[in-house]
Design a binder for this molecule. Structure first.
Ligand SMILES: [Zn+2]
Length: 486
């Protein structure tokens, strides 16, 4: 019996306006290479770095949100290594004195969170002889979060990373899109004998660029190491990568010895005491931290008429959660709790569907929370049928108008006249003798069936309450007649 031990190292690009140590624009979408560059991020001799306040505030907020402590002393260090995408020959990072120590998420302890700069990007040319370097990314603020080796499975690692991504988005300090490389995950994995207290040999897996790959690669690696040990061999300390085609991890390089990065305090930047800084006030930052997903998941079911699972679905998307709450606050009918369930249903089915279909984001919606609340209130009051509401949503997106204006413009009205409904109901009763018989024999579900048929007869525009009233009345009448005949 072997126990896996997993630690994560997660890098996240912050969405600050400018780069970490210069005034160049931080724009991950810039397509023209070497546009956002200057002497500082190109490492020209004599160019001096300055610290980006917004980036430091971002990492402090993350630290506070995760329950970490902000040490009195923090500083930047030079981490020396040579690579073509690193023009200085060293990266400005943090070593012994990071901005954040400790913290916890999903029961996993966090060792440290520090700030550093991203590298440039290499583009390999087809001639197999040359590579090009794009320095647009060089100097972009990069957060590195390191966990304690306490994770036990791929599933647990994925849950941790997903929640971290969500918190970053709620804090609005990073988009953390894994496909775009804005969030990159490395996992250190070892397995050890259940009875032994010693940890096994550590293998590092790099470049895990989706949550699915994080889970798959970790689970595969645990099994691979078990097989190696069961076969009486030793696990080799090395760096491995994920082979998506073969669904396996593969060796990239063996580590004979630890890198000597020759860390030294960055002489061009001052050490910082963030607890006593005039420029950054930790207490102010604490008050800027919004309600986090875990708190929302508890509050939503208490406050609104939705289940914990429904709340979790809303919280997954910060904009959806916000839209939902704004819409709830716009409901003007008395039955707010009754409307909440409708709101949730139309939001997560029809609005999500529309967003997906049109390939837009929540911010591009022309449907305002207020108009959406009006639509739901119209359904709740019985002025609109569910079918009509579903048809109105795309029209609301097209025009940006409120539902009543569209109903007027298109002559959309619910059929509430009893004589019209009576006609339809009688047609349905004639055509569905079996259901009528079932109802007479006490089968209540037959009534639901007949209501559905009558609604269809009215092309989805009948008032459901009146349909039910008319049907029950008519059925009861025929029941009395039937009894009399006997
Ligand atoms: Zn620059």
């Amino acid at each position: 019996m072997y126990l896996p031990t997993i630690g994560l190292e997660i890098h996240i690009e912050l969405n600050t306006k400018t780069k970490m140590f210069c005034g160049c624009k931080n724009d991950p979408n810039e397509a023209t290479p070497n546009t956002n560059v200057c002497p500082v991020c190109l490492a020209h001799p004599g160019a001096l770095p300055t610290i980006n306040k917004q980036a430091v505030e971002g990492v402090i907020k993350l630290g506070l949100a995760l329950g970490g402590t902000i040490p009195e002393h923090s500083q930047f260090d030079r981490k020396s290594y040579f690579y073509p995408d690193l023009p200085k020959g060293y990266q400005i990072s943090q070593y012994e004195h990071p901005f954040v120590k400790g913290g916890k998420l999903h029961g996993i302890n966090i060792t440290r969170i520090h700030l550093e700069e991203d590298t440039g990007r290499l583009l390999h040319v087809d001639d197999n002889k040359s590579s090009l370097v794009d320095f647009n990314r060089a100097g972009v603020p990069l957060v590195e979060l390191v966990t304690e080796p306490e994770i036990k499975s791929g599933e647990q690692a994925v849950a941790f990373a997903k929640e971290l991504q969500l918190i970053l988005r709620y804090l609005q300090i990073a988009d953390a899109d894994m496909e775009k490389g804005q969030m990159r995950i490395e996992a250190n994995i070892s397995i050890s004998d259940a009875d032994s207290k010693e940890l096994g040999t550590k293998v590092e897996i790099k470049n895990l660029n989706s949550f699915k790959i994080v889970g798959d690669a970790i689970d595969y690696e645990i099994q691979r190491q078990e097989k190696v040990i069961t076969a009486g061999e030793d696990v080799v300390q090395e760096t491995r990568g994920w082979d998506e085609k073969k669904q396996t991890t593969k060796s990239q390089r063996e580590k004979e010895e630890a890198h000597d990065y020759r860390y030294l305090p960055e002489p061009d930047l001052p050490p910082l005491n963030l607890t006593k800084s005039d420029l950054i006030n930790v207490e102010d930052l604490k008050s800027e931290i919004p309600e986090l997903p875990a708190q929302k998941r508890v509050r939503f079911p208490q406050e609104y008429n939705i289940t914990p699972d429904q709340a979790a679905l809303l919280v997954e998307n910060p904009r959806a959660a916000q839209f939902f709450e704004e819409a709830v606050s716009e409901i003007k009918t008395e039955d707010v709790r009754g409307c909440c369930e409708h709101l949730f249903n139309y939001l997560t089915s029809d609005l999500y569907g529309l967003i997906k279909e049109q390939g837009i984001t929540f911010d591009e919606l022309k449907i305002t929370p207020e108009n959406f609340a009006d639509l739901v209130a119209l359904v709740q009051k019985g002025d609109l049928t569910s079918r009509m509401a579903k048809d109105l949503i795309p029209k609301m997106q097209e025009t940006g108008d409120d539902p009543r204006t569209i109903m007027k413009a298109h002559g959309i009205q619910q059929i509430a006249r009893e004589d019209i409904i009576q006609n339809a109901a009688e047609k349905v009763l004639q055509a569905n003798k079996k259901a009528v018989e079932d109802y007479k024999n006490g089968k209540e579900t037959a009534l639901k069936f007949l209501i559905g048929k009558t609604m269809a007869e009215l092309k989805g525009q009948g008032n459901p309450q009146i349909i039910e009233k008319v049907l029950t009345k008519t059925l009861k009448k025929s029941l009395i007649v039937a009894v009399k005949k006997k």
